[in-house]
Design a protein around this ligand. Structure first.
Ligand code: AMP
Ligand code: MN
Ligand code: MN
Ligand code: MN
Length: 280
C-alpha cells in the first residue's frame, strides 16, 4: 500500500465544546500548520460553525461538522457528521434534546463533585465555558485542574471523571442508528470517529462496523495523530472491506495534548476519501 501525509483534518474541537481555542483561532492555527481542509466537529454542538466558516474565507476550505455521542450495546460511540446542513430542522431539534441531556448530566456531575469538596462546581464550570457550549467531561477536567485538584486533564479523569470513579455519571445517549439518521437527514456524511479508541476486540469492532453500515453509516476515520502504522493498515483494510469512505482527523482540543491539527494524518492512496466525494 502506498500512503501520504494528508493536510486535511476533519475532526477537532473549539470553545463550542471542550476545545481551548475559539473557532477563529482554530482556523488561524490550522492555516499556520498548512491545512487545506478543516472540519470543526464539536461535541453535540454547532455553535462554532458560523464563526469558523467566516474566518476560513479565502484561507482554507471549511467543512461544517459535529461529533455526536451515541450508544451501541452500552458503549459510548462517537460519530462525526461531516458536510452537515447546519440549518436542518431535524438536526437542530436533535441538538436541543441532547443539550438538555448534557445539562442534566453536567448538573449531576457537579453535585457529585460537591460531595468531593468542590463548591458550586456546575456554576463555576459553566462560567469557564462559552455560553451555549456543550459541557463535556473535558470541560470539567479543565475546571478540576484550575482548582488545583489534579495536575492534568488525564489525572482529573483518573481521579474523578472516568467510568468507575466517584463523579462518573452514566448517560443515556441516543442510539447509534438514531444519530446516523439525524446526520443523513441533515445531508451529512456519518463517519465513525476514532475506531481504535474503543478498545474493542477485532470481532467486536467488526460487529460495530457492520451495524454502523447497516443503519446508514458511510465513513470511518482511518488515521489519527498517534496511531501505530499496524493499526492504520488494519483500519485501511476494514475501510475497504466494509465499503466506507476514509476520513482523517486529529481530534485536536488544545495545545500540549501531544497531538496537533493536521499532524501525522496518513492516508492510503487506494482508499475512497470522504473529502473527494464531497467538494463543498
Ligand atoms: P463527554 O462527551 O462529556 O463524555 O466527554 C468526553 C470528552 O472528554 C472527550 O471528547 C475527551 O475530550 C475528554 N476525555 C475523555 N477521556 C479523557 C482523558 N483520559 N483525559 C483527558 N480528556 C479526556
Ligand atoms: Mn472532547
Ligand atoms: Mn470523540
Ligand atoms: Mn472529538
Amino acid at each position: 500500500m502506498s500512503a501520504y501525509f494528508s493536510k486535511i483534518d476533519l475532526h477537532c474541537h473549539s470553545t463550542a465544546s471542550d476545545g481551548a481555542l475559539s473557532p477563529a483561532a482554530l482556523i488561524k492555527r490550522a492555516h499556520e500548520k498548512g491545512i487545506t481542509h478543516l472540519a470543526l466537529t464539536d461535541h453535540d454542538c454547532i455553535l462554532g460553525l458560523d464563526e469558523a466558516k467566516k474566518a476560513a474565507e479565502g484561507v482554507l476550505t471549511f467543512i461544517n461538522g459535529v461529533e455526536l455521542s451515541s450508544l451501541w450495546r452500552d458503549n459510548q460511540i462517537h460519530v462525526t457528521g461531516l458536510y452537515i446542513d447546519r440549518n436542518s430542522p431535524t438536526l437542530l431539534s436533535y441538538l436541543e434534546k441532547v443539550r438538555s441531556l448534557r445539562v442534566e448530566r453536567a448538573m449531576e456531575i457537579g453535585r457529585k463533585l460537591e460531595k468531593q469538596g468542590f463548591l458550586h462546581a456546575y456554576e463555576e464550570c459553566c462560567a469557564m465555558s462559552k455560553e451555549g457550549a456543550s459541557i463535556t467531561r473535558g470541560n470539567y477536567a479543565r475546571y478540576i485542574v484550575a482548582k488545583g485538584r489534579a495536575q492534568s486533564a488525564d489525572e482529573a479523569f483518573n481521579i474523578y471523571l472516568k467510568k468507575g470513579r466517584s463523579c462518573y455519571v452514566k448517560t443515556n445517549w441516543p442510539d447509534l442508528c438514531e444519530v446516523v439518521r439525524v446526520i443523513l437527514d441533515a445531508s451529512g456524511i456519518p463517519v465513525l470517529a476514532h475506531p481504535k479508541r474503543y478498545d474493542f476486540t477485532n470481532t467486536k469492532l467488526r460487529e460495530l462496523l457492520a451495524d454502523f453500515k447497516n443503519c446508514g453509516g458511510m465513513g470511518m476515520e482511518v488515521s489519527s495523530c498517534q496511531m501505530k502504522p499496524s493499526d492504520r493498515d488494519y483500519l485501511a483494510r476494514l475501510c475497504l472491506e466494509y465499503g466506507f469512505l476514509a476520513s482523517v482527523g486529529s481530534d485536536f482540543h488544545h495545545e500540549g495534548q501531544y497531538l496537533e491539527l493536521g499532524y501525522n494524518l496518513v492516508v492510503d492512496e487506494s482508499l475512497p476519501k470522504v473529502w473527494e466525494r464531497r467538494q463543498t
